[in-house]
Write a protein that binds this ligand. Structure first.
Ligand SMILES: NC(=O)c1ccc[n+]([C@@H]2O[C@H](COP(=O)([O-])OP(=O)(O)OC[C@H]3O[C@@H](n4cnc5c(N)ncnc54)[C@H](O)[C@@H]3O)[C@@H](O)[C@H]2O)c1
Length: 442
């Protein structure tokens, strides 16, 4: 029985334009993957919106519809794709360069479709991504002018492709580390800083600003500051736009946010956690620059502190040594190898070790997240949920939260939060897992 009323949700009618900032490995694997699925030749494995179910009501009710049948999501057939990139390659050429998907099986059959997706000139500045050079770049006297040019791109794309709605996902490179400063406090300060070409305004912030001003939800797949500061949060709330980030949680950090809660649940201590990676794609090359790596490092390091709560359990986690390395190693391309050595201790302090060796494919893990985020951010927007979408922290390494609120990193708390939000939106009862009613006398 529904306990509450469903939120009014605008129907998912018409086309949904998905604007990817960056047309690299992740974006092309996502776009080509959706097209392969649409043509019936592939399965969207890894996508909760396409394959996941949701339990409703009591365990005895046997109600577990597919999520996409339960909430009104845009259909894959209604998605159209656009992108910006400083590299001029179309989606086919970029996907070939990325080397993720099989050329014969997944790219050649859709070559015409991919070749038709050409990147719009980007707002790009090498000062923020040192290891990249690109000529497909907008020019403008001020950062405000560049943001306005992005707004025009958004409007033009919407009109040209006759979209009903748009959503923007940052799939571009990781920028150098920036901390929030005076320019990020208020909208007025931010706009003045754009006019003054303030160096603390990075290109990613201009995309987020343009999206929010145009009423387009914005999801940040990289660890950049982008829209994680008061000026942008306030703007998103005022404009009624859904925003969120940061940094797709795909490989090593996903594993970390599953293992660490287990140690804490069983009150096992952790002395050290050494994580290292080898990665040979362009992302790996960009992250080889210490300033971009620092942005990533902060995002990857945060999770243990929040999950293990050393302030509550000083004996178990007070002295943990946590190290994260990413090493650029071209022979592996997109096929990352991530090693974790975890030194734990148990009863009376006896030490033990766990080793994880994850031979993963970075963009294969990330692509379904881009799809889910595009569909869920569009849902949030239609359901009138504006500002930070913390319920989508399931997808992020470094979830954006309301000021003063610490993020939940445990993957299964995040999953519960996500599914309970869907139940809430649709007016269904929350699932608390109390279950006492199954054992009470009638
Ligand atoms: N598993 C994963 O793959 C994973 C997980 C978490 C985060 N990420 C992040 O996702 C992003 C994309 O990863 P990728 O493997 O596709 O990298 P990639 O290098 O293949 O693609 C990034 C693209 O962004 C473009 N770009 C850079 N600055 C831009 C700008 N200002 N405007 C428009 N385009 C710009 C680059 O030219 C490049 O084509 C990276 O920031 C990465 O750290 C990836």
């Amino acid at each position: 029985m529904a306990e509450q009323t469903a939120r009014p949700i605008r129907p998912a009618q018409g086309k949904l334009g998905v604007l990817c900032v960056g047309l690299g490995a992740v974006a092309t694997t996502f776009i080509a993957g959706v097209e392969n699925v649409r043509r019936g030749g592939a399965t969207p494995i890894g996508s909760l919106t396409q394959m996941g179910t949701i339990r409703l009501g009591k365990r005895t009710e046997s109600r577990a519809p597919l999520i996409r049948d339960f909430v009104p999501l845009a259909a894959l057939s209604d998605l159209v794709f656009g992108a910006w990139d400083p590299l001029p390659d179309d989606a086919y050429t970029a996907a070939r360069h990325a080397g993720v998907l099989d050329r014969h099986e997944h790219l050649a059959p859709i070559a015409d479709f991919l070749k038709a997706i050409t990147p719009m000139p980007a707002v790009f500045d090498q000062n923020y991504v040192k290891r990249l050079e690109g000529k497909n770049v907008k020019t403008g006297k001020t950062k405000r002018e560049l943001a306005e040019a992005l707004r025009k791109d958004i409007r033009d794309f919407k009109a040209k492709h006759r979209c009903d709605r748009l959503v923007m996902v940052w799939c571009a490179s990781t920028e150098i580390f920036l901390s929030p400063g005076p320019a990020h406090r208020t909208l007025e300060a931010f706009e003045k800083a754009m006019d003054a070409n303030d160096p603390t305004i990075a290109p990613s912030m201009l995309y987020a600003y343009a999206a929010i001003q145009e009423g387009v939800p914005f999801a940040n797949g990289a660890p950049n500051l982008t829209c994680d500061f008061p000026a942008m949060e306030g703007l998103a709330r005022d404009k009624g736009v859904a925003i969120g980030g940061k940094d797709f949680k795909t490989g090593q950090t996903m594993i970390k946010t599953v293992l660490a809660p287990m140690f804490k649940a069983r009150m096992l201590g952790v002395a050290g956690w050494y994580s290292t990676n080898i990665l040979g794609n362009r992302d790996g090359e960009v992250l080889d620059d210490p300033e971009s790596f620092k942005t990533k490092e902060e995002s990857k390091l945060g999770v243990l502190e929040y999950i293990l709560q050393p302030q509550l359990y000083p004996e178990l986690y007070g002295k943990i040594f946590h190290k994260v390395r990413i090493n650029y190693y071209p022979p592996r391309g997109d096929n990352k190898e991530g090693w974790d050595n975890i030194d734990i201790f148990g009863w009376l302090g006896y030490p033990m070790q766990i080793k994880v060796d994850f031979l993963c494919r970075d963009s294969i893990l990330a692509a379904p997240l881009v799809l889910d985020l595009a569909l869920f951010f569009d849902l949030a927007q239609r359901a009138g949920m504006s500002g930070i979408q913390e319920w989508l922290s399931f997808y992020f390494k470094s979830p954006q939260t309301a000021p003063g609120l610490y993020p939940e990193h445990d993957l299964f708390i995040q999953q519960t939060k996500l599914k309970n939000t869907l139940r809430y939106v649709m007016g269904e009862e929350q699932i608390t897992h109390l279950g006492i009613e199954y054992y009470q006398e009638a």
